[in-house]
Ligand binder design. Structure first.
Ligand code: C2E
Ligand code: MG
Ligand code: MG
Length: 721
């Protein structure tokens, strides 16, 4: 489950992390890198472009400089007076011309072709690379030169231009040979510098150009930059091509690796940061989730019982409030079923807390299986459970469920290998009949539960108004009893004699409490003993009776006085020592005091009860088992508990002659008692017939109205005579 949660978490988390962090980060990186790349590219191409244009301007300047130099060099001879003088001579000194013109121009300035034209524009003398040649050997060139506009229609005595001849191009300079600048016909000096590799090499060196070459059309591959040479007539002469310098590319080469490394480092850093962010965000979201889970758990714990996981009191109350609100709006009925386990405390005490917990869990499980999905089963605490039934059609439905719960919880539970019986009592309250207020309804279900418990357990009781009244009465009685106990006002101990089997001789008396209430008059023990037990008042009350009994016993030495002991007293710690102390202080004789206990005290905790009885007997007291036959499995106990007497309950006595088998039952009890060496007393003897039947059955002692009711101590003397 945890893993599935984790997978779910990382799936959702991964998606949102991808969308909210990774995607924007990658986008930012891409944008930054693209922008930087584009800026770099633009910078590089701008720099390259600028460099190319500058080279073009340099070429242009260089060309025009070399043309003007060309002209200046030519002029240095054309304006040279001795040349004009020599040419004007009738006989031309060819050797002089060769030395001073053709050869000199070539050697000094590298003019490859030099021509001297006569006044009719005919070639007078021609040199190539300083050597005189015949014009016929370069007839095409001579023709092209002579046809050029520069020669044909000179606008100026000295001029330069480009000329093309075949696949060659050359810089051409023409200058009139004259001593002074008088107009008229002149000899002319012409020189050519081919734009050949040698010329271009110089140019390239000066301008630092790579791969510079001339072409009349297509340049060599790899040379992109070009410069169009145009003659003064506007005729294209050819192209100068070269490999452009690319400072941008150089810059890129220089900064490229470091930029690449920077990009790589930035990318790696971003990946690292993203990873760190991923883990810390994952941790954060996981701890948020855990926090959420523990909050949910805390929330669950706040409203659920830890042991059973059932809704706790707070949640049940909440649901009940809601159900009641709905019920009042839609005229529906809501039932409250309050369940109390009958023997939880005993099971807890005898089998341990773990077994107690197991029992609670098992009960919760059974209850859950019994109710509808719309009902709420909750644990109010201890061994108290509750079922809230909303939308109830009829009370029969509720009663049926209550009965099913009693039956189910009445079945044995297996706790750590041993079987135990718990049983349950139930109180029912119904809205709107018993009220629409939650507290009121709970109170009434509680009263009904109390009634169920006090009417013998293992039952359900539905709230009735009379219960409320009896509760109120009980509360008043409890308060009055507490007040009475301050100085025993209205309280008295009366004595009822126990007779021998002939009804002639008083063999002992039983101390019985009487309460003369100021307003209510005489209240019978049956009404207030139970209240005294519930409130714990029975302890001081019982001790007072014991002290009174001791006093009476002192007044009638040798008289056996029987004192009733409540199960509540019996179970208080240090009970034996308390009885011994009281009797001793009151000057009683334990041997003449008979303590009457009921079967109820025996079944709760057999071992403990047995130990108490033994201790009491060792202290000299006699033990009588009161109301014998009304309890659970009476005969069985006789073998376990060392008592001195059994008092057959008056219901048996009074069934004599009514129920068919009553004599047989009494007879068998008497037989068993005698077999164990016990005295058998019959209570509630009212008629002679009963007396004789009991005598026939073999009883030892008799007690009943036939002989006497309980009387105040003052009248006891009269009875005993
Ligand atoms: P119990 O111990 O069984 O006492 C006998 C009861 O039967 C007495 O009722 C007595 O008046 C009544 N009784 C005796 N003979 C007859 C008869 O022939 N016919 C009828 N119908 N009743 C007869 P009482 O005094 O009302 O006491 C009721 C119960 O209250 C006692 O039953 C006893 O369990 C309890 N009780 C009385 N006094 C004390 C006391 O001081 N301490 C404790 N713990 N319980 C007491
Ligand atoms: Mg009694
Ligand atoms: Mg009795």
């Amino acid at each position: 489950m945890k893993m599935i949660n984790n997978i779910k978490l990382s799936d959702g988390f991964r998606r949102s992390f991808f969308r909210q962090v990774l995607l924007p980060l990658v986008a930012i990186l891409l944008l930054t890198f693209t922008g930087a790349g584009m800026a770099l590219f633009l910078g590089i191409s701008l720099t390259n472009n600028e460099a190319r244009q500058q080279q073009q301007r340099m070429i242009e300047a260089s060309f025009s400089q070399s043309l003007s130099e060309h002209l200046r060099q030519l002029r240095s001879l054309s304006r040279w007076a001795p040349l004009a003088q020599h040419l004007e001579q009738t006989q031309t000194d060819v050797r002089w011309l060769d030395n001073n013109i053709g050869q000199w121009l070539f050697e000094m300035f590298d003019h490859q072709i030099v021509m001297v034209l006569d006044k009719q524009n005919r070639v007078l003398r021609m040199w190539r690379d300083g050597q005189a040649i015949s014009p016929e050997s370069e007839s095409q060139l001579v023709q092209d030169v002579l046809l050029s506009a520069l020669v044909q229609k000179p606008a100026h005595p000295d001029q330069v231009d480009y000329v093309q001849s075949g696949n060659r191009a050359a810089a051409l300079a023409v200058g009139d040979i004259q001593r002074d600048s008088q107009p008229g016909e002149h000899f002319r000096l012409i020189s050519l510098k081919f734009l050949d590799d040698r010329f271009l090499a110089g140019l390239a060196e000066r301008n630092q150009l790579q791969g510079l070459h001339f072409s009349d059309g297509t340049p060599r591959p790899g040379t992109v930059a070009r410069y169009l040479i145009i003659s003064q007539q506007g005729e294209p002469v050819g192209y100068l091509n070269w490999i452009p310098s690319r400072p941008g590319a150089q810059m890129l080469r220089a900064i490229g690796p470091s930029t690449g490394i920077a990009v790589l480092v930035i990318t790696l850093l971003c990946i690292y940061m993203a990873r760190r962010l991923w883990t810390s965000s994952l941790n954060l979201s996981q701890s948020m989730l855990k926090l959420g889970a523990s909050e949910a758990q805390a929330q669950h714990l706040a409203f659920h019982d830890v042991l059973t996981g059932l809704p706790n009191r707070a949640l049940v109350e909440d649901r009940l409030t809601q159900a009641l609100a709905l019920a009042s709006r839609h005229e529906q009925r809501v039932a409250l079923i309050l369940i109390d386990l009958d023997r939880f405390k005993t099971i807890n005490d005898t089998h341990g807390h773990h077994a107690g917990d197991e029992l609670i869990v098992a009960v919760a499980h059974r209850l859950n299986n019994l109710v509808r999905a719309s009902d709420t089963v909750g644990r109010l605490g201890g061994d108290e459970f509750i079922v809230v039934m909303s939308d109830v059609d009829n009370i029969g439905q509720v009663q049926a469920l209550a009965q099913r719960i009693i039956t189910e919880l009445g079945k044995p539970f297996t706790l750590f290998g041993s079987e135990v019986w718990s049983g349950a009592s139930i109180g029912l309250a119904l809205a709107p009949k018993d009220g629409l207020d939650r507290l009121e309804l709970m109170r009434k279900a509680d009263i009904a539960l109390y009634e169920a418990k006090s009417s013998g357990r293992g039952k359900y009781r539905q709230f009735e108004r009379a219960m409320d009244e009896s509760l109120r009465t009980r509360q008043i009685i409890a308060a009055d009893l507490r007040a009475a106990l301050q100085n025993y006002t209205g309280l008295a101990v009366w004595y009822q004699p126990l007779m021998d089997i002939n009804g002639q001789q008083v063999v002992g008396v039983e101390a019985l409490l009487r309460w003369n209430h100021l307003e209510r008059g005489i209240i019978a023990p049956g009404e207030f003993i139970a209240i005294a037990e519930e409130t714990g008042l029975i302890i001081p009350l019982g001790e007072w009776v014991l002290r009174e009994a001791c006093k009476t016993q002192q007044r009638f030495p040798g008289l056996v006085v029987a004192v009733n002991i409540s199960p509540v007293q019996f179970r208080t710690t240090g009970f034996v020592q308390r009885v011994v102390d009281i009797v001793q202080q009151a000057g009683g004789n334990p041997g003449c005091i008979e303590l009457e206990i009921t079967e109820g005290v025996l079944i709760e905790d057999e071992r403990e009860a047995r130990a108490i009885i033994i201790a009491l007997r060792e202290a000299g007291f006699r033990i009588a088992l009161d109301d014998f036959g009304t309890g659970y499995s009476s005969l069985n106990y006789l073998s376990t508990f060392p008592v001195d007497k059994i008092k057959i309950d008056r219901s048996f006595t009074q069934s004599l002659g009514v129920a068919a088998n009553s004599v047989a039952i009494i007879e068998s009890v008497v037989k068993l008692g005698h077999a164990m060496g016990l005295t058998v007393t019959a209570e509630g003897v009212e008629t002679e017939g009963q007396m004789s039947a009991l005598a026939d059955a073999g009883c030892n002692q008799l007690q009943g109205f036939l002989f006497s009711q309980a009387v105040p101590v003052e009248q006891l003397a009269g009875i005993m005579q």
